[in-house]
Design a binder for this molecule. Structure first.
Ligand code: DSN
Length: 430
């Protein structure tokens, strides 16, 4: 980088490239890039953001404080970041047809807490999906702040169908009279009937919040019914199917706008991460393009194809399949825990995560299932024929893991080579 003649020592020091100033960190980041590229990432909540998204995040915006909202900040010099945050808000509202948006939450967890804070008082009853049945930690788990501030009660899936049973949701809602009902999940492979949730909420006098973090990309593309017209507040992350930077956002009806904005700041957060807001705005622009719809349709086709092929390998899928971007395989019949399966697959370069299946007898550290999704492999350009190959590789590793150490070592060698071949053919976005 060209520095002015006579630049002072501090300026010279602050202008050193990362690789020169901190080679140890540059190497670690480079290693992570190689890992992402060489492994087959099937973690359902991960994706590969575009170069434009990453460029927006790695900018001078990291230098700016901007507490408050566009036009009403607590710092001077916010005229440029006001433009950035307004672009993000407007684009997000346009993608989902919402009346109001807040793009400041640092994460989905923060967005969920903001929604509770906007709609409830401490101690209020909230009805949400049980975590072992596909819900989320921030939907009232006792180890999460949400479960400590509010009185959460939970619905579970039906034992036979493993799907949400709206009659049971209504029965609990009538009994418990929650102030808020939460719909949305992090490991539920089926379409969620948000309109039915809204009807129950209306009948029992509750508000409805939807956490659409996992399916936001599918919703944006019209491939999953949108919660926005029927929910009081919708929360999301921006990095899963939506394929943006890591972060959160809220959408709501105009009547809740002030409460939602106040809950985010000053309720929960201080200065927003303006560099992430800029990257979110780029992601929302991508989400408005026709290519994004085609990508989401391929995510869903790939998930259906991978799920079918894994099933054909003899594995039981929770609910028998998928309507969205992910599936959950129950490994109990194969004598494997989720943790054993996750580890065996990782040795072969295939990344999934262990997960509880409905009515799981195992604790979460072991779990009986694995969750896999297709947002990442679809961003790499893989299609249905690759999904069939991936399912065969998964089957080979898991069958070998069930047989014993020696068989697993051989399978890991063979499958590892096939994974390297596949990931070499389908590179990650530059
Ligand atoms: N941790 C995310 C997931 O994997 O689903 C949800 O926050």
């Amino acid at each position: 980088m060209a520095l002015p003649m006579g630049a002072t020592a501090p300026l010279v020091a602050l202008s050193r490239p990362l690789a020169e100033f901190d080679p140890e960190m540059a190497r670690a980041i480079g290693d992570e890039g190689r890992r992402q590229s060489e492994k087959l990432g099937l973690v359902a909540s991960e994706n590969f953001s575009s170069r434009a998204v990453r460029e927006a995040e790695g900018t001078v915006l990291v230098n700016k404080y901007a507490e408050g909202l566009p036009g009403a900040r607590y710092y001077g010099g916010c005229e440029c970041v006001d433009v950035i945050e307004d672009l993000a808000r407007q684009r997000l509202m346009a993608v989902f047809g919402a009346e109001h948006a807040n793009v400041q939450p640092h994460s989905g967890a923060q967005a969920n807490m903001a929604a509770y804070m906007a709609l409830c008082k401490p101690g209020d009853t909230i009805l949400s999906m049980s975590l072992p049945h596909g819900g989320h930690l921030t939907h009232g788990s006792p180890v999460n702040l949400s479960g400590q501030i509010y009185r959460f009660v939970h619905y579970v899936v039906n034992r036979e169908t493993e799907r949400i049973d709206m009659d049971e949701v209504e029965e609990i809602a009538r009994r418990e009279r929650p102030a808020l009902i939460v719909a949305g999940a992090s490991a539920y492979p089926r379409r969620i009937d948000f309109a039915a949730f809204a009807a129950v909420a209306e009948r029992v006098g509750a508000r409805l919040m939807v956490d659409m973090a996992h399916i936001a990309g599918l919703v944006a593309a019209g491939l999953h019914p949108s919660p926005v017209p029927v929910a009081d507040v919708v929360t999301t992350t921006t990095h899963k199917t939506l394929r943006g930077p890591r972060g959160g956002a809220l959408l709501c009806r105009r009547e809740h706008a002030a409460a939602v904005d106040r809950a985010v700041f000053p309720g929960l957060q201080g200065g927003p991460l303006v560099q992430v807001i800029a990257a979110k705005a780029v992601c929302f622009r991508e989400a408005a393009e026709p290519a994004f719809g085609a990508y989401q349709a391929q995510v869903a086709r790939n998930a259906a194809s991978l799920a079918r092929a894994v099933q054909a390998q003899g594995f039981r899928l929770v609910t028998g399949g998928t309507d969205n971007h992910l599936f959950v395989a129950d490994l109990r019949a194969h004598g494997l825990t989720g943790r054993q399966a996750e580890r065996a697959l990782e040795q072969a370069g295939i990344l999934v995560n262990r997960i509880l299946v409905p009515f799981d007898p195992e604790p979460p550290q072991r779990a009986s299932g694995i969750r896999a999704g297709t947002p990442g492999v679809t961003s790499r350009g893989m299609g249905e024929s690759e999904m069939e190959r991936v399912a065969a590789l998964i089957g080979e590793v898991l069958r070998a893991a069930g047989r014993g150490k020696e068989q697993l070592v051989q399978a890991v060698t063979d499958v590892g080579a096939a994974v390297r071949d596949l990931t070499g053919t389908f590179p990650v976005p530059a």
